[in-house]
Write a protein that binds this ligand. Structure first.
Ligand code: BTN
Length: 243
């Protein structure tokens, strides 16, 4: 596996996407930066963390093995890999908050951003970007954020955690390639934050409502049970979980 380690870059997702446009990348090429100057999160948000203290990296995956109907599986694989590693490190109450956050003790410890690589006008590959809070213990202007060090009191070696994450990610990718999709989704749903509990959501038109998370679709929509036993499916732009 090729790991490109950078001291600084704007965003590892952007770096890997441009690399993929310039050259034919081997599967699982990883770009890891100790500092990002323009780290990006879901829905146009920023991902800013202190340099040298956290993991910010992106993995390149060809799209051919993943059908349109299985689009959400690489994200589930990445989320489960992070969840497993955090559990191995004895981080408490690790949950996956749909679609792309990992929480410990109801606080965000990791975010994942998956982006498509378009080559010659066609969907070619995916870039899976992971921001995991490792040794940072203070955040300006952010609440409900945590890190491995905040949870354990232990300072960790970034390379060691990266190796653990990549190994675990490969384990799930193999499951995915072997067609073991049900087991991946079952595992993801078992660790889904607030599954089977009445929760308050905010629609994009600012209306609040109560729903109970039932699971996710293969394309990544959240399945909610609502008033009058109605089941609805939502994508990320359509609602926010208030907690
Ligand atoms: C989110 O929680 O909104 C997703 C955050 C994803 C952050 C990672 S850090 C590495 C990669 N490069 C980026 O610019 N973003 C992702």
């Amino acid at each position: 596996m090729r790991i490109v380690k950078l001291y600084t870059t704007d965003s590892t997702n952007d770096y890997l996407k441009s690399l993929a446009k310039e050259e034919s990348l081997e599967e699982d090429t990883v770009v890891w930066a100790l500092e990002q100057t323009n780290g990006r999160g879901q829905m146009g948000t920023k991902w800013s963390t202190e340099p040298n203290k956290n993991l910010t990296f992106s993995v390149f995956r060809k799209i051919q093995q993943v059908t349109i109907n299985q689009q959400f599986y690489p994200l589930m694989a990445a989320s489960l890999a992070v969840k497993d590693v955090l559990k191995k490190l004895l981080i408490k109450d690790v949950r996956v908050k749909w679609p792309n956050d990992i929480l410990s003790d109801k606080q965000k410890i990791c975010g994942i951003l998956i982006e498509n690589v378009i080559k010659k006008g066609e969907l070619n590959a995916m870039v899976i970007g992971v921001g995991l809070n490792v040794n940072q213990t203070e955040w300006k202007d952010l609440t409900r954020v945590t890190s491995i060090k905040s949870q354990t009191g232990i300072h960790f070696d970034l390379q060691e955690i990266l190796n653990m994450l990549l190994e675990q990610f490969h384990y799930y990718v193999k499951m995915l390639l072997d067609g073991n999709l049900e087991a991946i989704k079952k595992n993801y749903e078992e660790h889904l934050f607030r599954k089977d509990k009445p929760s308050t959501f905010l629609r994009s038109n600012q209306e609040q409502f109560v729903g109970i998370i039932q699971g996710v679709t293969d394309q990544g929509k959240l399945i909610l049970l609502e008033e009058d036993n109605i089941i609805n499916e939502y994508d990320l732009k359509e609602l926010e979980l208030l907690f």
